[in-house]
Design a protein around this ligand. Structure first.
Ligand code: DAH
Length: 344
């Protein structure tokens, strides 16, 4: 019986392939799928078969019926299309196809992916955090004093919440990602947190209320991760990113969440350190902040004091994009102006 089903299938398919008209298709349907078709007889007779036979024949017959029904539909469509009189419908089938406009990624997104690829190669995980952040993660856990000027209305978008509930801000940096990651992971680890950040600022060519940063965090047992580790990784990262030799320079600075803290510069990638208008003749470009994670931040994340050591650094992806693409006004990036975006 199984063999017969196969034979019916083959006969039906070659007959379908050969037929050219809707009339012929109708006959085909009657013969292979109709009430008096052999296949239908097999299906009707299933109930008289032994249970064992039914288990094999049933699925085979049903599958063939489904397949033939589908092929019938396809052929019907094909015949209908080929019967159309394109010319009288005013359709020129020889006309070249219209090009559909294709979208593409925003330049900052493209760079974000490139940065993620490099860090992935260097063994970093990639983590995420919310843009609407608790005051605790954005400030307190990072050791910002209660009266720190960064919490001011000028710098931070506060979101109104009920009295006595958690206070929320639009995150002002990606650093809260450090604490969130540490709460759920034990060292050693290395992770980057890309993301959009928000500042309550007057905008101009180099200030925007919304921009992109990257946070980078590497933590190990005390003594395992040092400033030298950071300097090596930062150099490696920027050399891969810009595709050329780059030097990293650290300058002493202050951040509440790192001790010691640094600002870091790289040799100007436009003039290779000779001095040009982009680096204001200094030969160096200011890139971001970094430092050894303050033990208070480890404590806020629930780690025991003194057990671990690590570095954190943060830099503006938007600034890198401006350097890489020589964009002179940061506001263009978020303007939504297609004449600008289409150039990338
Ligand atoms: N979060 C700082 C900012 O937005 C940048 C920063 C400085 C990040 C030092 C760090 C760091 O991880 O160690 O200005």
């Amino acid at each position: 019986m199984q063999e017969r089903i196969l034979e019916i299938g083959q006969a039906a398919k070659s007959a379908l392939l050969a037929l050219q008209s809707t009339e012929a298709l109708l006959d085909w349907e009657v013969e292979y799928l109709g009430r008096k078709s052999e296949l239908n007889a097999i299906l009707k007779g299933l109930k008289d078969l032994s249970a064992e036979e039914r288990r094999v024949v049933g699925p085979a017959a049903n599958a063939l019926k489904t397949e033939l029904t589908l092929l019938h539909k396809e052929k019907e469509t094909a015949l209908r299309e080929s019967a159309r009189d394109w010319e009288s419908e005013g359709i020129d089938v020889t006309a070249p196809g219209a090009k559909k406009p294709l979208g593409h990624l925003h330049p900052v997104t493209t760079l974000e992916h490139a940065v993620e690829d490099i860090f992935t190669e260097l063994g970093f995980a990639i983590a995420d955090g919310p843009e609407l952040e608790k005051e605790w993660y954005n400030f307190d856990a990072l050791n910002f004093p209660k009266d720190h000027p960064a919490r001011d209305m000028q710098d931070t978008f506060w979101v109104s919440t009920k009295k006595g509930k958690d206070r929320f801000v639009m995150r002002t940096h990606t650093s809260p990602g450090q604490v969130r990651y540490m709460e759920t992971h034990k060292p050693p680890f290395r992770v980057v947190v890309p993301g959009r950040v928000f500042r309550n600022e007057a905008t101009d060519a180099s200030h925007e209320h919304t921009f992109n940063q990257f946070e980078c965090l590497m933590v190990g047992e005390a003594g395992e991760v040092s400033v030298a580790t950071f300097k090596y990784l930062a150099t490696t990262f920027f050399e891969r990113f810009f595709g050329k030799r780059v030097e990293v320079r650290l300058r002493p600075s202050f951040f509440p969440f790192t001790e010691p803290s640094f600002e870091f510069d790289i040799t100007c990638v436009l003039c290779n350190g000779k001095g040009c208008s982009t680096c204001k003749q200094t030969g160096w470009l200011e890139i971001g902040g970094a430092g050894m994670v303050n033990q208070r931040v480890f404590e806020a994340a629930g780690y025991p004091r003194g057990k671990y050591q690590g570095f954190a650094w943060g830099f503006g992806l938007t600034r890198l994009a401006m350097m890489k693409y020589k964009i002179s006004d940061i506001r263009l990036l978020m303007s939504g102006d297609l004449r600008f975006i289409r150039q990338f």
